[in-house]
Design a protein around this ligand. Structure first.
Ligand SMILES: [Fe+2]
Length: 279
């Protein structure tokens, strides 16, 4: 990853602060696998291998097993990944190893995302491939998103970023998000996708400067939650697996640090439900 100018002139804390401020300014960091991100990626690869018939590469299983059998194998596992107790130590470790500040860190636990290699399936693409900022879903303006590659991920399976639009308003339906209402629906078990659609960019916007970043297993893409991004049809011929989680520095949130809000109209904040670093 990039350093902060002449390393000799800056303390570790200043370098960490500098990286975070660059993320707030719209930079996307590609961090090579750290000890703990590599460990997390390997854990998921081992788990997936254990769920599927031997000799079946998880990346090819949607084709070799068929979609229904593949989905059945994964269903319970996808739900269980988030609740692994290891994340409470692994995530702060990853943040530290990536050279970002830990003080007053809040975080959530990762989702395992599976993007099928079905670029010809328009219904599937419409459901999963849409551009958005995470801030439109009531995530804090100071939030940082972390995307972790479980396997090597080529350009054809990578998500897209639109960094040129970081400071430009994009039409969207974020006004439909009220976090307090969504939280209540979650509590009473009525949080279907129909009741809480994910906000998305609407209408036309300039996609010409789309950026994709191929990654190796364990690599991290680190970016502001205000960064416009989205899944693209996976034309790699293999299923893509990735983990993603989110962090916020509570001190920065309190001081209203982070990028300017250019087009987010969601209400409430997910910050209250994030975990703290255990000391
Ligand atoms: Fe997102």
């Amino acid at each position: 990853m990039n350093g902060a100018g002449n390393r000799g002139q800056y303390s570790a804390a200043e370098r960490e602060r500098g990286r975070l401020d660059r993320l707030y300014g719209g930079e996307i960091l590609h961090v090579r696998a750290t000890a703990t991100s590599a460990l997390a990626a390997k854990q998921v690869r081992d788990d997936l291998a254990g769920l599927l018939p031997s000799e079946t590469d998880p990346r090819d299983a949607e084709g070799t097993l068929g979609l229904a059998a593949f989905t059945k194998c994964l269903r319970g596992y996808l739900r269980s990944v988030r609740t692994r107790p290891e994340w409470r130590t692994w995530i702060p470790a990853i943040v530290e190893e990536a050279g970002l500040p830990l003080a007053t860190l809040r975080f959530d636990t990762p989702n395992l995302r599976v993007v099928l290699a079905r670029p010809e399936d328009k219904e599937y693409s419409d459901a999963v491939c849409f551009a958005h900022r995470d801030t439109w879903s009531a995530h804090h303006q100071a939030q940082i998103n972390w995307w972790l590659a479980v396997y090597d991920t080529p350009w054809e399976a990578s998500m897209a970023f639109f960094p040129d639009l970081f400071t430009h308003p994009v039409p969207n339906n974020s006004e439909e998000v009220n976090y307090a209402e969504r939280r209540f629906l979650d509590l009473i078990g009525r949080a279907s996708e129909a009741e809480r659609p994910s906000p998305r960019a609407s209408g036309d916007f300039d996609r010409s400067a789309e950026k994709r970043i191929p990654t190796l297993a364990g690599d991290l893409l680190v970016f502001s939650a205000a960064q416009l991004h989205g899944t693209r049809p996976n034309t790699s011929g293999r299923t893509r697996f990735s983990l993603d989680f989110r962090t916020v520095l509570a001190d920065d949130a309190e001081r209203n640090k982070g990028p300017e809000n250019v087009d987010n109209r969601s209400q409430g904040s997910t910050l209250m439900d994030m975990l703290r670093v255990e000391v």
